[in-house]
Write a protein that binds this ligand. Structure first.
Ligand code: 13P
Ligand code: SF4
Length: 309
């Protein structure tokens, strides 16, 4: 068991959390000091599932990006969901809007719409079902339709397309994550020369040529499980740097090297301990999805959770 030494501000946050009957949910890309005080740390799917299990809490502080807090609100319309910094957005989630989905649906009327959870609530309202990087293939395979409109991440769409007989139509053209796009095959060659015995694990948001060189292509939660349960002792990890921070803290006996030393999701780092404290004290900044949009999106979120069980 890892014993953590918390600083004064972290201790204050923990007692405020009790006072407010609050829970802190955090994504695996949060900085170490926030990971240490989170009640639950996970990937997007784990966070969605956790958001269905918070009934006894009065306040949820969500340390992640906009689409994650929105999804928690869709699942808990009566609950107060706050984010420490309201500018914490995922740029990819803003690459596909509801109008583009409706246009695509006109062009492919028989296709099902599978949306990556990294999308806005207004877009989710037009989806048949959501998916995350942990369950995308399973979600697609669960559908009766043979034609699938899939967005907004083109790399995740291609990752699924390689493993299914169904026709995957990526929308929009060029949807991507700027962090995972940074990885190139040259980085793999460089790190493999340095760590020849390490297994390469990358995220499905990475370019296909990088995915093709990997031993495993997994969600951030899947990466943690792989490192924990594998017989290998060394790994090169192709995702955001703070996922490695979590692995190093929780599984110190394994060695993990970043595929790139500057793969940082800037908006994930907008949350700080001071801002988390402010969130708890002043119940700010509240994330509220429009009622109609929330009702329209709920089915797609719940369907995904059902398929993932
Ligand atoms: P995970 O669901 O794998 O944690 O991915 C979330 C994300 O935003 C990746 O960039
Ligand atoms: Fe969005 Fe990429 Fe950041 Fe994930 S790492 S939240 S996909 S910008």
């Amino acid at each position: 068991m890892v014993i953590l030494m918390l600083n004064k501000l972290q201790e204050e946050i923990i007692s405020l959390k009790k006072e407010k009957n609050a829970i802190i949910l955090a994504h695996n890309y949060q900085p170490n000091e926030i990971q240490e005080i989170a009640d639950f740390l996970g990937d997007s799917l784990e966070l969605c599932i956790k958001a269905t299990e918070i009934k006894g809490k009065d306040l949820v502080v969500f340390c992640g990006v906009d689409f994650m807090a929105e999804t928690a609100n869709i699942l808990n319309p009566q609950k107060k969901i706050v984010v420490p910094d309201k500018k914490a957005e995922c740029p990819m989630a803003h690459m596909l809007d509801a109008e583009e989905i409706l246009e695509a649906k006109k062009k492919y009327p028989n296709a099902a719409v599978v949306l990556y959870v990294n999308s806005l609530a207004t877009a989710k309202a037009e989806a048949d079902i959501l998916c995350t990087s942990a369950n995308a293939l399973k979600v697609v395979e669960s559908l009766k339709e043979d034609q699938i409109l899939f967005g907004p991440d083109n790399n995740l769409a291609n990752f699924v397309a390689k493993q299914t007989e169904k026709e995957i139509i990526p929308i929009p053209d060029g949807g991507h994550c700027y962090v995972h796009k940074m990885f190139h095959t040259g980085d793999v060659v460089f790190k493999k020369e340095r760590y020849p015995n390490a297994d390469l694990i990358v995220h499905p948001e990475c370019n296909m040529e990088v995915q093709d060189l990997a031993d495993y292509v997994l969600s951030t939660g899947g990466m943690i499980n792989k490192v924990k349960n594998s017989d290998s002792d060394e790994f090169i990890i192709g995702t955001e740097l703070d996922l490695i921070t979590r692995i190093n803290r929780e599984i110190p006996e394994k060695k993990c090297y970043p595929l790139l030393d500057d793969a940082i999701c800037k908006t994930m780092k907008l949350h700080t301990l001071d801002k988390v404290k402010n969130s708890l004290e002043n119940e700010k900044y509240e994330i509220v999805v429009d009622d109609e949009i929330a009702k329209k999106s709920l089915n797609a979120v719940e369907r995904m959770i059902e398929v993932s069980k």
